[in-house]
Design a protein around this ligand. Structure first.
Ligand SMILES: Nc1nc2c(ncn2[C@@H]2O[C@H](COP(=O)(O)OP(=O)(O)OP(=O)(O)O)[C@@H](O)[C@H]2O)c(=O)[nH]1
Length: 467
């Protein structure tokens, strides 16, 4: 083709000015933009092949344009796309030569060579620069995705960790340790307090917070919520405070996160952690409340009969599995409750029951299971103790209970002091089959009661004495 022919002006114009815009519109409007991009690249190959023909296959231009074209296709569509593009490039070059009767002039002039080399160098350096910034963007995105994955897993597992805790202390400690294991660079603290009784019921836990910050936070926590700010720095580190109150019905709560530096990625996810922790805490509080209601006696707060029977069954099974493991039972029955009810009314009777319960509780150890078994009957189960534990407690009660009194208010407003008396009987699995132990203690308790009744009749004592 003759030098300076119209094609040398039209084709670059089409390639550089019109085609990129058309290719963009095509890709943007296509339903499958990836396939549209492949088609665009193949059109690119056709146009570039034709352009090489227009340039009379000037070798440097042909090599540079051809390589750039193949590289684009390889990067975007892989080897297959590259081979297809090579075919399109060749067909277009050959077709254009055939149509226009183009020449073959691989070398033209040194100055054009220098110009062409400069263009090629600039082109490939530009591609390198673009690829570098793309890689950095991808690196940043991967970092963000990894962080979001950590957040996602930490959130997902937080629920499991919190739900498997047996009480609120464990829940808060386990949850914060879990968060700290996922985010070792961060420190965590949580504070909870009952809305109605902030000074009475409080919980606190920390993980990864230094003792200095812990002291500072404890001071801050002494007067919440006014003094707790959402953000504050501590020695160049950042403390983020998120309220958990919205998800808690009876409690106020705050999750505090200490970040090594201000962190804008962290801020939006803190409410997620606070929410998850608050939801788990609320569930646990409800669960514990329900459990307490199911296990406890409403009047005295002691274990109820249902709980005692399950604990007794566990002891019976324990004895069956390990015969050397004994348990013992002490049964107690308040004397003269009916008389108190009849004289002073049921409220006074209730007071007598609760006073006896409190006195019994004073003498029991943590491992003893003290339950209200019936109206005026109490049972103490010693799950892994012999008869001596039961007789020791029975002796203590016999010795100290009569010294204590229950103060009641009579219908006319007068205050009366009632003496506390109980009948009692003990039994152990070392002296009877495990299933019979409670019944044996009951029989012994009734023997004791009969004896005490006889004594009362003989005028040696009264069941309920009013001094
Ligand atoms: N105030 C009150 N009375 C109760 C409660 N549960 C049971 N009672 C009453 O307690 C009384 C128990 O009567 P009894 O078994 O004869 O016991 P008692 O009067 O202590 O007589 P002894 O055991 O023989 O000394 C009954 O009148 C029941 O109605 C309760 O929760 N509160």
């Amino acid at each position: 083709m003759a030098e300076g022919s119209g094609w040398t002006l039209i084709l670059p114009g089409v390639l550089l000015l019109i085609w990129p815009g058309l290719a963009y519109l095509h890709a943007a409007s296509a339903q499958n933009s990836k396939r549209a991009e492949f088609r665009n690249l193949l059109c690119d190959s056709l146009l570039l092949g034709a352009w090489c023909s227009v340039l009379d296959f000037y070798v440097l231009a042909t090599v540079t344009i051809g390589l750039a074209c193949l590289m684009n296709n390889l990067v975007v569509g892989g080897l297959r796309q590259m081979f297809v593009s090579a075919a399109f490039f060749t067909i277009a070059a050959a077709g254009a030569s055939a149509l226009t009767g183009g020449d073959f002039r691989p070398t033209i002039s040194n100055s054009l060579d220098i110009y062409q080399w400069t263009g090629a160098v600039v082109y490939f350096l530009t591609i390198g620069r673009v690829t570098y910034s793309q890689n950095r963007k991808i690196g940043r995105s991967i970092g963000e995705i990894k962080f979001q994955n950590r957040v996602f897993h930490a959130l997902l597992d937080l629920g499991t960790v919190a739900n498997s805790a047996t009480n609120i202390h464990r829940l808060l400690n386990d949850s914060l340790n879990h968060l700290h294991s996922h985010f070792p660079d961060y420190g965590f603290a949580v504070y909870l307090q009952e809305r109605q009784r902030p000074d009475v019921t409080r919980y606190a836990a920390t993980a990864g917070i230094g003792s200095k910050d812990e002291r500072r936070l404890t001071d801050l926590f002494a007067n919440p919520p006014h003094t707790l700010k959402t953000h504050q720095t501590s020695d160049g580190e950042m403390l983020y405070t998120t309220s958990m109150g919205g998800r808690l019905s009876l409690y106020e709560g705050w999750l505090i996160v200490k970040a090594p530096k201000p962190n804008s990625t962290l801020e939006p996810i803190l409410p997620l952690f606070a929410d998850q922790l608050a939801a788990a805490t609320e569930n646990k509080l409800l669960h514990l409340e329900l459990k307490k209601t199911a296990e406890r006696d409403g009047l005295t707060g002691l274990y109820n009969r249902g709980f005692l029977e399950s604990a007794l069954q566990a002891s019976i099974q324990g004895k069956a599995q390990t015969p050397s493991l004994d348990f013992a039972v002490l049964m107690l029955d308040v004397d003269g409750l009916k008389e108190v009810n009849d004289h002073y009314g049921h409220i006074a009777g209730d007071q007598l029951i609760t006073t006896v319960a409190e006195s019994l509780q004073l003498h029991c150890r943590d491992s003893d299971i003290l339950a209200r078994y019936g109206g005026d009957e109490f049972v103490v189960l010693f799950p892994s103790a012999s008869m001596s534990a039961a007789t020791r407690l029975a002796d203590l009660i016999r010795e100290h209970l009569p010294d204590q009194q229950c103060i009641i208010t009579t219908a006319d407003g007068a205050r009366e002091a009632l003496a506390l008396h109980v009948s009692q009987g003990c039994a152990s699995s070392s002296e009877a089959p495990a299933q019979r132990v409670l019944a044996l203690a009951d029989e012994r308790m009734y023997l004791d009661k009969s004896q005490r009744r006889r004594q009362r009749k003989d005028g040696q004592g009264t069941a309920s004495q009013m001094p």
